[in-house]
Design a protein around this ligand. Structure first.
Ligand SMILES: NC(=O)c1ccc[n+]([C@@H]2O[C@H](COP(=O)([O-])OP(=O)(O)OC[C@H]3O[C@@H](n4cnc5c(N)ncnc54)[C@H](O)[C@@H]3O)[C@@H](O)[C@H]2O)c1
Length: 444
């Protein structure tokens, strides 16, 4: 029986997480304020970072017999929570405390403990245009003759934020509203076309793309928490690669879709068929209000629908998954606030074609699920940059409903494959062998 580990891959040279890390969020709404309040609450010792892999998860290294399973944050050099400094842009001028109170996610007692801290976070004027998000109005917006002017102002903001807070590095996580659906087109193909379109105030260039462009130009990793195209266009993917800036997206994987990416791999693993999956939910927060606009909902719907096809592969398993019905509804229902309730009815098929049903009733809290994702994306994106990882970070698919994939490839949706990919990427970068789960018995 083999006892020694085979040769390990060479460890990548990862720069230390020295100094302070700025985390900037376009959008200072429910998700962003819950994230910031949570980090401060953890720093003050009032809560634990529940839901965060970077803070709580371990990673197995080597063979089971070696019994090595450190915390991820002790295995890789990540920025510490004490080194994080927050900032935001929002067309609504409320500071983070006021915004958090309005969002109604956290109880007054929890906000009171960090109120002094949240009150100091005031949003910078946003690049905002009602054409792309119809249900929000706010006075705190930038003025500029062209979209490029506006994007240049964002770059200036990033530079000033860095100097003002004495930061070593900055990452940007999109936590702003879902924009209307925009199909990828010629203006998104090349950097040249994109920049010309910015100069020409072309309608196909949405604010979220300007933030992404500004971030990449300033060397700040960009993670996209909404389903908008944003950084998911060839021009910006290429720019990020050329400038050595990690990017990832799209749409935080929380609630119902997360559950789908847990259940669907289970059905497929057992070769059980699917006739239909009906998902509906009610929510009453501002995100729900924005998604009440059919144009914004279309962007979200596309993101939510792609998941099952990707996991079940009907083209390979037509007997099991050809032509299943998949319906997703989001209903804006104000009394629920951020406490969404989702119902799933899943019609499955077993041995000799006998039908069965699974019902899921998930009473979740959207922003409570999203906040640790923001934290992990900020820390992992910063780590990726220090490890020399350029452009699209597919190993962060774990966090997204609609993961970006390299050109010509299908995104991976299965949560468990995504988790393996994430952990194996960390092992690889740190010079540890991949875990294959092969037993120890076979020794040729
Ligand atoms: N909560 C979740 O579980 C979850 C999951 C996946 C994706 N998301 C996405 O995350 C985003 C934030 O969700 P939320 O619940 O915090 O919404 P929210 O409405 O509470 O906050 C969004 C904020 O973005 C601001 N905003 C809009 N356009 C902007 C712009 N161009 N620049 C800067 N700020 C802008 C709005 O004024 C608002 O304050 C949404 O796009 C949502 O779809 C949330």
């Amino acid at each position: 029986m083999k006892t020694q580990s085979p040769d390990r891959p060479a460890r990548v040279n990862v720069a230390a997480a020295a100094g302070r890390l700025g985390v900037l969020t376009p959008g200072l709404g429910a998700v962003a304020t819950t994230f910031m309040a949570g980090v401060e609450s953890i720093r003050r010792g009032y809560s634990k970072p529940i839901g965060s892999l970077t803070q709580m998860a371990t990673i197995r290294l080597g063979r089971r017999t070696e019994k090595r399973a450190p915390l991820i944050r002790e295995f890789i050099p990540l920025a510490g929570l004490d080194d994080l400094v927050f900032g935001a842009w929002d067309p609504v001028a409320d500071d983070a405390l006021t915004a958090a109170r309005k969002a109604g996610v956290l109880e007054a007692a929890d906000l009171d403990r960090v109120a002094d801290f949240l009150a100091t976070i005031k949003p910078m004027p946003a690049v905002f245009d009602n054409h792309y998000v119809t249900r929000i109005t706010g006075p705190n917006v930038k003025a500029g003759k062209t979209k490029r002017d506006l994007a240049e102002q964002l770059r200036q903001d990033i530079r000033e934020f860095k100097v003002k807070h004495n930061l070593e590095r900055v990452v940007i996580v999109w936590c702003a509203s879902t924009e209307i659906f925009i199909a990828p087109g010629p203006s998104h193909e090349t950097l040249d076309a994109f920049e010309k379109a910015m100069d020409a105030n072309d309608e196909t260039i949405a604010p979220s793309m300007l933030y992404a462009w500004a971030a990449i130009m300033e060397g700040a990793p960009f993670a996209n928490g909404a389903p908008n195209l944003s950084v998911d266009i060839p021009a910006l993917v290429q720019l990020a690669h050329d400038r050595g800036v990690p990017i990832s997206g799209k749409d935080f994987k929380t609630g119902q879709t997360w559950m789908k990416t847990v259940i669907a791999p289970g059905l497929k693993a057992r070769m059980l068929g699917l006739r239909g999956w009906y998902s509906t939910n009610i929510l009453g927060n501002r995100d729900g209000e924005v998604l009440d606009d059919p144009a914004s909902f279309k962007t979200k719907e596309a993101s939510k629908l792609s998941v099952l096809q990707g996991i079940l592969q009907p083209e390979i398993y037509p007997d099991l998954y050809k032509d299943f019905a998949h319906v997703v509804r989001i209903n804006y229902y104000p009394p629920r606030g951020d406490n969404k309730e989702g119902w799933d009815n899943i019609d499955i098929v077993g041995w000799m074609n006998y039908p069965m049903q699974i019902k899921i009733n998930f009473l979740c809290r959207d922003s409570i699920l999203a906040a640790p994702i923001v934290l992990d994306l900020a820390l992992f994106s910063d780590f990726a940059q220090r490890a020399g990882m350029k452009g699209l970070q597919e190993w962060l698919s774990f966090y997204y409903k609609s993961p970006m994939a390299a050109a010509g490839l299908q995104p991976e949706h299965d949560l468990f494959i995504q988790q393996t990919k994430l952990k194996n990427t960390l092992r690889h970068l740190m010079g540890e062998e991949q875990v294959t789960h092969l037993g120890l018995e076979y020794d040729p």
